[in-house]
Design a protein around this ligand. Structure first.
Ligand code: A3P
Length: 247
């Protein structure tokens, strides 16, 4: 699974792990999401990736040009989740205020300038999505958006199951959807990365904050929003991708 940060990575990790473990069967409910769908580039828990049983599920923020060659030529399945970049930026802003691993930027305007210039974690949002989208024919890839997940999670879970060739019963599907709803994930320590509290300072005890579409309206001024739109329209004009900015 590929994502730019703050796009719904933890959410999608949870969904995928639930699909493969069919709503947490066979004691897998005792395993943290991060161990079922670990990071390609971080290996938080020092796992031996070579010994992972098939199917091997991984998450990643990597741009397409750093992705393992083994993913190419459709030898693996890739799910790319995108989110409207104004909400990505706002999520980044709030998260960075409580994370040890980020430089704290109190001024939203400064972070927005850095975001538009690609000087943030995982570099440029625009290059990230462009790279994966324009090289999509090299991969067996399913493009999804955070917004469609918010609109109709059940349909997205079904879409993922079809892409992966996983058949769940109606009941299993219900469990996956139920356990992936924002409020349920937020109260589940294994789904919300609570064990990774070492990354976050007190006052922000997990990765799930608000989980909505259009939160950018609560923080961006009209001038900031217009400046963002201008940059977005210039950088994305040749890509046929449409985003939902509010729900
Ligand atoms: P907000 O900060 O806007 O709330 P990532 O995991 O890629 O860092 O993305 C984090 C964002 O995904 C946060 O957005 C978080 O709240 C949101 N998120 C995580 N789980 C979610 C869920 N089940 N439903 C909706 N949003 C979710």
């Amino acid at each position: 699974m590929r994502f730019f940060p703050f796009t719904g990575t933890v959410w999608s990790q949870n969904i995928l792990s639930l699909i493969y473990y069919e709503g947490h069967r066979n004691e897998t409910e005792k395993t943290e999401t991060i161990d079922r769908v670990p990071w390609l580039e971080y290996n938080f828990n020092k796992m031996n990736y070579g010994q992972r049983p098939s199917p091997r599920l991984f998450s990643s923020h990597l741009p397409y040009y750093l992705a393992p060659r083994g993913l190419k030529n459709k030898r693996a399945k890739v799910i790319y989740v995108a989110r409207n970049p104004k909400d990505v930026l706002v999520s980044y802003f709030h998260f960075s205020k409580h994370a040890f691993i980020f430089e704290k930027v109190q001024d939203f305007n400064i972070l927005m300038e850095r975001f538009l210039a690609g000087k943030v974690l995982a570099s440029s949002w625009f290059d990230h999505i462009r790279g994966w989208y324009t090289h999509r024919s090299d991969y067996n890839i399913l493009f999804l958006t955070y917004e469609e997940m918010k609109k109709d999670l059940r349909s997205v879970v079904l879409k993922i199951c079809n892409f992966l060739g996983k058949q769940l019963t109606e009941k299993e599907l219900d469990i996956v959807v139920e356990k992936s709803i924002f409020s349920n994930m937020k109260s589940d320590p294994r789904s919300n990365y609570e064990d990774k509290a070492c990354i976050l300072e007190k006052g922000r005890d997990n990765f799930l904050r608000k989980g909505t579409v259009g939160d950018w309206k609560n923080i961006m001024t009209v001038a900031q929003s217009e400046k963002f739109d201008k940059a977005f329209n210039e950088k994305m004009k040749d890509l046929p991708l449409k985003f939902i900015w509010d729900l």
